[in-house]
Structures are given as structure tokens and as C-alpha cells.
Design a protein around this ligand. Structure first.
Ligand SMILES: [Zn+2]
Length: 271
């Protein structure tokens, strides 16, 4: 089936008449029907029955049909027949279209929550262009934050270097970290690899990127060749790191993550 086209809309727009798709949030949780994976909920410009959102955001249109996010009051229980799922769990169960829309919606809901007051002088902020806000007192302007972070698959022939963190159990992932001010993505890859696992990398190639709404990263994915050094982990960040061969990989990150997609890409290149 052809993927549906999502067109973004901004606060000056009004939802079209007729049926609409809804996403409902309660705090940081996404609401989903009991016993079913999370999905867009049917409604109109009015919220789905039994839900009384405290605020509503028009996100855009999916094949022309409005997509709205409703935020339930903090003290409201989920409507009958609905359950609250944390965003990470919801994205793990959902299809790609819902995961993308819910991730976008969650970031705008988060932005509404954190942008009420000027971070410079604490005056209540007012609407600016797009989703932006501005401070009427000091002129500060803010927009929904997006924090770039690099993630890198380090390969060495038939081996891949994977890392694990406290709380991950038997699961291993890739070296990743936030881009710092004044740093290129490639410089970030080299620094993060040195800091986290103590090795050198070369031949750094961009592969793909992925919005990562926990709470507002964009993961910029690379592959790089191992270029020497002994593994020495940063024990503040990691509890383990090791090379694994293609036929003996450990438990891996969930399929929707770019970490897993980079690992699968490498695995297929090798085979
Ligand atoms: Zn201000």
C-alpha cells in the first residue's frame, strides 16, 4: 500500500470539516485502545468521544484529513476502554506511520509544556511564527528544540564493536552521543568513540538519520572503520563493550531504532 502523505500545518491553520485523526496524550504517555496496538483514533474537529482534552494541537493533514493531538488534563483518568502507554513502549508496538506522527506530536506537546515562560527573564511567552514563541519583555525567541546526536557503527572486517549500559541487561547497542557546540558531526563521532570506548576510527560515512523523541533528539547515523587502540570503556556511561562477529551477535536494540537499522545494514553488507 502506498504510504499516506503527511503535510505539516502550523498554529494559524484551522482543521478541515469532516473526519479527523487524533492522538491523545496524558502527561508523557500516549493513549491506545485496550488490547490493541496504538493507532490514530477516529474523531472530527471535536475530540474522540469520552475524551476532553485540556489543549489541542493541529499537527497537519494525512492525505488531506486533519491530524490533531489532544492533551488530557493532568488529573484526568484515561477514557474508558483506553490505556496509557509510555512513548517508548508505544513506538515499539506501532506501525511506522503512527510512530512518526506520535513522535512528532510528543515533541510539540513537550514544547508547549516547557515554553510557557521566557528562559531569560521569566515573562510569559506569546505566539511567534510557526510553533515559535517570543518574549514580549526582552525579545527572546524560541522554537521547538531539536538536539543532534551522532550514532556510529564501528566495523572491523567481520566484527562490529557494540556497547552496553547499566539497565540494558543482555542488550548491546552502538556508541552515541550529543553533538557539542562548535563541533561537526564527524568530529563528534571521533570524540564520542574515544571517550566511550577508547579506540580510533577512520572512513566515517553518513548513512541515515532518525528523529528520536526522547525528548527531542535527531540521531545522525554513521559507519566508521576501526583504526586501532584497545577497548577501554568510560565506566560512567557504559558497563561493557566488545567486538562481536556477525554470526554471534548479542541481543540487539528494537527494530524501530536507527541503531538496529545500522546493525542490520552492516550484517547484510557482510553476508
Ligand atoms: Zn524575556
Amino acid at each position: 500500500m502506498k504510504p499516506r502523505h503527511f503535510q505539516r500545518l502550523y498554529p494559524h491553520a484551522q482543521p478541515a470539516e469532516g473526519p479527523a485523526h487524533w492522538l491523545l496524550f496524558h502527561g508523557n504517555d500516549v493513549l491506545a485502545p485496550e488490547g490493541a496496538p496504538p493507532a490514530l483514533l477516529p474523531g472530527s474537529a471535536q475530540a474522540p468521544e469520552a475524551a476532553a482534552p485540556a489543549s489541542t494541537l493541529l499537527l497537519g493533514a494525512l492525505d488531506g484529513q486533519p491530524v490533531l493531538a489532544g492533551v488530557l488534563p493532568d488529573d484526568a483518568a484515561p477514557p474508558a476502554g483506553m490505556r496509557a502507554l509510555n512513548l517508548r513502549a508505544a513506538l515499539g508496538m506501532a506501525d511506522a506511520e503512527f510512530a512518526s506522527l506520535a513522535g512528532y506530536a510528543a515533541q510539540l506537546v513537550h514544547w508547549q509544556r516547557i515554553s510557557r515562560f521566557c528562559p531569560s527573564c521569566a515573562t510569559p511567552m506569546t505566539a511567534n511564527d510557526g510553533w515559535g514563541k517570543k518574549c514580549p519583555a526582552c525579545g527572546y525567541a524560541g522554537y521547538p528544540p531539536v538536539s543532534p546526536a551522532t550514532i556510529v557503527l564501528i566495523h572491523d572486517g567481520d566484527r562490529v564493536l557494540l556497547t552496553t549500559k547499566d539497565g540494558w541487561g543482555r542488550r548491546y547497542g552502538l556508541v552515541a552521543g550529543f553533538v557539542e557546540p562548535g563541533e561537526s558531526f564527524e568530529e563528534c563521532v571521533v570524540r564520542e568513540v574515544r571517550e566511550e570506548v577508547g579506540v580510533e576510527v577512520a572512513d566515517i560515512h553518513y548513512i541515515a538519520s532518525q528523529p528520536w523523541p526522547f525528548p527531542h533528539q535527531v540521531m545522525v547515523g554513521f559507519m566508521a572503520r576501526y583504526a586501532g587502540g584497545e577497548i577501554m570503556i568510560d565506566t560512567h556511561e557504559l558497563v561493557g563493550a566488545a567486538f562481536f562477529t556477525r554470526d554471534a551477535l548479542p541481543e540487539l536494540p528494537p527494530p524501530f531504532s536507527i541503531a538496529r537499522q545500522l546493525i542490520e545494514r552492516w550484517r547484510h553488507q557482510q553476508s
